[in-house]
Write a protein that binds this ligand. Structure first.
Ligand code: GLN
Length: 487
């Protein structure tokens, strides 16, 4: 039953062929198995989940509830959940129980979803492989010796393995799209401001954005409708009206103009990934789209610009973890400096410390102009370039990641190689644009993702194109051996 789409599940729940309690029970069993084999959860919450499922069943029995009532979901452990640990993948927050609910979580709960658990992730969302987690690395269900991508690797893994039909994730530089690509699922990073960041632990506030991971664009549309909207608690959330993203899924794409940036087809792009994206473009052309080459000449600057800005913002955001108010506190501090130094030294992992040091350096008085200010100028340039391109075309199509899932440990000793995993995704965050990754093929049994980038607030168009592609392809319906129903 976990291979059904959300619409099919809703139908089964509404007609009472399936109860939410049964569905949730089977997810919980799979979650335990997934936790043991793939390490995709940090917390699993059976008692709360079953209570929520029974409440959903009562609503459904009374003929009430909406399309998500009784549907199981997992939340990335970056979203605050009242009463349930929110660790952000860090020892620093291993003891943290948030006193309030993140808006995205609250909205999905109000829509009737049932939270199965909190998913594993790179520490403070810093990473591209889900290996920097204090709770150990997440494994890829397509090959457990490989990474699931990151930082939302736990969410992508849990959806890919059919443990839950959908999950939340966050994307600062690619963390929804890249793991979705490496795990063969659909992940949407909305326009900056579309989904409230309230209660979503901050990494780099001008880039962070929450969104859904699901098995198809149609499922992601349903989730996005429920998650989005203005929130008075997040000053950067937008008042732009929330669309019904499902309504436009079936629109034809005849006449759609697709831009193909030649700068994205670099020598480090694996040949099978390039071939899969070309084949997907042909499919879209058969549906009536036209493809034109576009230029994004400063693309090569996106990684350095991103790592200056993201590190600067993280050094400021993470200064709140000082051992005083919440989070890890060292034993027996002798004075306040000892308390700060040892609490932070013990609580943060190596990658987080590296980012804080880079960020502090680029913001320091002597280097601010040379690094931070310059990066901000280049950010504007990259944004303007994308904006200009999106005036010529409706959407831009690129690979999501230059490679398929790489082996565990392959890039942990080489931060720059790890950072380059996001070469095709970070510009979108720097510009604040929306983008979706959809499964577009396989290479040696490992999924390949295609990224579709749209203009501001054109999530409906992105989901429409993704859905039309999924009507003509079956990559998104494939499931990893060992995690198929009955397996
Ligand atoms: N891999 C990128 C980083 O480490 C992006 C992470 C993210 O999107 N949260 O910063």
């Amino acid at each position: 039953m976990l291979e059904h789409s959300l619409t099919e599940l809703a139908q089964l729940l509404r007609t009472r062929e399936l109860s939410s309690a049964e569905l949730v029970q089977s997810c919980l069993e799979r979650a335990e198995r997934g936790h043991a084999a793939l390490n995709c959860f940090i917390s699993i919450c059976p008692d709360q989940a079953l209570a929520q499922a029974r409440a959903a069943d009562r609503l459904l029995a009374a003929g009430q509830g909406g399309p998500l009532t009784g549907v199981p979901i997992a939340h990335k452990d970056i979203f605050c959940t009242s009463g349930i640990k929110t660790s952000c993948g860090s020892k620093m927050l291993d003891n943290f129980i948030a006193p309030y609910q993140a808006t995205a979580v609250a909205r999905l709960a109000a829509a009737g979803t049932v939270m199965i658990g909190k998913t594993n992730m790179d520490e403070f969302a810093m990473g591209s492989s889900s290996e920097t987690s204090y709770y150990g690395p997440v494994r890829n269900p397509w090959d457990p010796e490989r990474v699931p991508g990151g930082s939302s690797g736990g969410s992508a893994c849990a959806v890919s393995a059919g443990i839950v039909p959908c999950a939340t994730a966050t994307d600062t530089g690619g963390s929804i799209r890249q793991p979705a690509a490496l795990c063969g699922v659909t992940g949407l990073k909305p326009t900056y401001g579309r989904v409230s960041r309230y209660g979503m632990i901050a990494y780099a506030s001008s880039l962070d954005q929450g969104g859904p991971i699901a098995r198809s664009a149609a499922d992601a549309a349903l989730l996005l409708t429920a998650m989005s909207g203005f929130d008075p608690s997040d000053a950067t959330s937008t008042e732009a009206p929330v669309e019904d993203y499902q309504e436009t899924l079936t629109d034809g794409i005849k006449g759609l103009k697709i831009g193909l940036p030649k700068e994205y087809f670099t020598p480090d792009l694996e040949q099978p990934v390039a071939a899969a994206v070309s084949a997907a473009l042909q499919t879209l052309e058969q549906a009536g789209a036209t493809v034109v080459e576009i230029e994004l000449p400063h693309t090569h600057l996106s990684i350095p610009v991103y790592y200056v800005i993201a590190s600067a913002e993280c050094s400021s955001n993470l200064s709140r973890y000082d051992g005083v108010r919440f989070g890890h506190r060292c034993a027996d501090p002798v004075d306040i400096n000892d308390l700060f130094c040892r609490s932070r030294g013990e609580g943060f992992g190596a990658e987080v410390k590296r980012r804080i040091m880079i960020g502090t350096y680029v913001l320091s008085a002597g280097y601010y102009d040379a690094y931070y200010l310059k990066a901000q100028r280049l950010r504007r340039l990259l944004r303007d370039e994308l904006r200009a391109a999106l005036e010529q075309v409706d959407v831009i199509v690129t690979p999501t990641s230059p490679t398929t899932a790489f082996p565990l440990g392959a890039r942990t000793q080489d931060p720059v190689a790890m950072y380059l995993s996001d070469i095709y995704t970070v510009s979108v965050n720097l510009a604040g644009l929306p983008a979706v990754s959809v499964p577009a093929g396989f290479s040696n049994g490992l999924p390949i993702g295609m990224q579709i980038i749209g203009n501001y607030f054109q999530e409906a168009k992105l989901l429409n194109v993704a859905h039309q592609y999924q009507q003509l392809s079956d990559w998104h319906t494939q499931t990893p051996a060992g995690w198929r129903q009955g397996a």
